[in-house]
Design a protein around this ligand. Structure first.
Ligand code: HEC
Ligand code: HEC
Length: 301
């Protein structure tokens, strides 16, 4: 929109604005001129309901006064504040300045508090009710949209209370998840597994890992395939690997749903959950508190 920064638009807006104000002044003078004197009555000739007559009386003085005050206010405002094209106003006020001052004032107030919390280890912070309250407020602002206001998650968004962790549940792991974000990479396996049947076989094997009913002959083939394709990330016993965010497949707790259809879909198409990085955006002090809050939730059970 570089066009709108040109001199032309500055003058276009400034002149139009001034002309509009002058036009209002002219309009009000024109409307008040030529009225009849106080004690005479003149009608406009309009009559309704046989006796309701419209009189041609001047506008009340107080009302006119208000109108002039509004116009004067407009004039002063445009001299003091930005509004007339690119003229910045004699007060040099800008919304950015005001915002930055407000932010600085709040930082000065809460900064020391956050700094104090940041120096406290997370395992100690979870015993500090005040700290957890601040953590909860941050959580509700920045995390609840994805993980839910009760932190129980939703399909594709992990439950943060249940003690099952993709990327590890130590205070440090949790803090890293929030600071740096996480990108899960579970490739699509339909082709390598030889199509739908291969997917079905591995799905049946996974069911057996969490103790669910399985079709034995499929599951046996599935185990061979699992040992070839899946061990690298999910481990020989299917317990997962927090270094890669690969979930435990034996606990019957499913991020993407535990029905046979959902599990085969995860295998066939792959899954690539993403946790956005919050470190730069929130700063380490807030992330530290958030990590304490989340760690605290998982310790409640
Ligand atoms: C390169 C590492 C890697 C390999 C190899 C891999 N996975 Fe995964 N798998 C992951 C990751 C990471 C996730 C989590 C995805 C997410 O959070 O979005 C995952 C998720 C899953 C899920 C969904 C779990 C849930 O809770 O909903 C299933 C099912 C699954 N994998 C099965 C398999 C099977 C079967 C194989 C072998 C055919 C396999 N994976 C091979 C990394 C891998
Ligand atoms: C845009 C949605 C989104 C937002 C916002 C979000 N997360 Fe996440 N988060 C995810 C997803 C998706 C994952 C799972 C990534 C994966 O599949 O590996 C995740 C994973 C995590 C994990 C790791 C869980 C585990 O099992 O290891 C933690 C901890 C976490 N988030 C905390 C937070 C906190 C605290 C906030 C607020 C600052 C937050 N998240 C904001 C989507 C989000």
């Amino acid at each position: 929109m570089a066009d709108f920064n040109s001199e032309f638009w500055h003058w276009y807006i400034a002149i139009l604005t001034v002309l509009s104000i002058l036009a209002c002044v002219w309009l009000i003078r024109w409307m008040t001129a030529g009225f009849v004197k106080k004690d005479e009555t003149e009608t406009t000739g309009h009559v309704w309901d046989s006796d309701l007559t419209e009189l041609n009386n001047p506008l009340p003085r107080w009302w006119l006064g208000l109108f002039y005050i509004t116009l004067a206010f407009g004039g002063f405002y445009l001299l003091l504040f930005p509004g007339l094209g690119s003229f910045s106003g004699f007060l040099n006020w800008t919304s950015t300045d005001q915002y930055e001052k407000e932010v600085a004032a709040i930082e000065a107030e809460v900064g020391p508090l956050f700094a104090k919390y940041q120096q406290t280890a997370i395992i100690d912070l979870i015993k500090d009710g005040e700290a957890l309250k601040v953590g909860e407020r941050l959580y509700l602002n920045y995390c609840a949209t994805c993980h839910g206001s009760d932190a129980r998650g939703a399909r594709g968004y992990p439950n943060l209370r249940d003690g099952n962790w993709l990327w590890g549940g130590d205070p440090e792991n949790i803090k890293t998840s929030i600071m740096m974000g996480r990108q899960a990479a579970m490739p699509a396996w339909e082709a390598p597994l030889g199509g739908e049947r291969g997917v079905d076989e591995v799905t049946q094997y996974l069911l057996s890992l969490s103790g669910r009913a399985t079709i034995e002959e499929l599951a046996a083939n599935g185990k061979t395939k699992y040992d070839t394709f899946c061990v690298a990330c999910h481990g020989p016993e299917g317990k997962g690997n927090i270094a890669m965010g690969a979930p435990n497949l034996t606990d019957d707790s499913w991020l993407y749903g535990g029905s046979i259809n959902r599990i085969s879909e995860s295998i066939a198409k792959g899954r690539n959950g993403q946790m956005p990085a919050h470190g730069e955006f929130l700063g380490e002090a807030k992330v530290h508190l958030l990590a304490a809050y989340v760690y605290g939730l998982s310790q409640e059970n």
